[in-house]
Ligand binder design. Structure first.
Ligand SMILES: [Fe+2]
Length: 221
């Protein structure tokens, strides 16, 4: 019998693990996203028939030309320039990549500290992304047939659900969750992993371990 994590899709295969799922202690967690044992369901029940498609949210009005960048925060500009630098690297445009990196570093240095640094504020932001942000972007991508953006939404929703799972674990365990371990972030999709070493393959976007960065210098609570 196989059991699937409803948060990240990890499969616990009893035959491979040589242990029945029911024998695992209640404190057992998903090795990928740290979701509780209760988040797992037997494989045949894990994929219920799809419910009727929810109505798409109202289309996002197109921003007038020239005003798009004005709507971005400084932090978002830094992320945008960083992504553009990576895009240039992939196309072997080293000079352009260096320029975008310089811009990204500049915007990162002048980004004001986020006003909500507490865990409730972070959870609220994630919930807002899941309830409004992703549905709106997906509807816009559907309307224009933008497959790249739809794929990014699929990754982003998965990563956001896994972050929610980590946050609920953190609420229960506090700093013990992060003691004597490392925190890794996938530089491609943003998946965050807690463990001594990064996973061999990102469970969300399937890139190899070397695409993970270790998060250094975390502020102590
Ligand atoms: Fe990834």
């Amino acid at each position: 019998m196989r059991y699937i994590c409803s948060v990240c899709g990890y499969i616990y295969d009893e035959a491979r693990e040589k242990q029945a799922f029911s024998e695992l202690p209640d404190s057992w967690k998903c090795p990928v996203c740290k979701a509780a044992k209760g988040a797992f369901a037997p494989e045949e029940k894990a994929n219920p028939p799809k419910a009727a498609v929810a109505p798409a949210p109202a289309a996002i009005p197109a921003a007038p030309k020239g005003e798009v960048l004005e709507q971005l925060s400084i932090g978002a500009l830094s992320a945008l320039c960083s992504n553009l630098a990576r895009g240039c690297e992939k196309q072997y445009k080293e000079e352009e990549a260096a320029l975008f990196r310089t811009l990204a570093d500049y915007f990162a240095a002048v980004t004001p500290t986020a006003p909500q640094k507490d865990i409730d504020g972070l959870a609220a932001l994630l919930q807002n992304d899941l309830e409004q942000g992703y549905p709106a972007v997906k509807a816009a991508a559907d309307a224009t047939g933008d497959r790249g953006t739809k794929r990014i939404c699929t990754w982003g929703e998965k990563v956001t659900n896994m972050l929610n799972s980590l946050i609920s674990q953190y609420r229960q365990e506090g700093e013990a969750l992060l003691a004597e371990t490392e925190v890794w972030v996938c530089t491609v999709c943003g998946f965050i992993y807690i463990g001594a070493n990064p996973p061999q393959l990102c469970p969300v976007c399937k890139v190899p371990a070397w695409k993970f960065d270790k998060i250094e210098g975390r502020e102590q609570a």
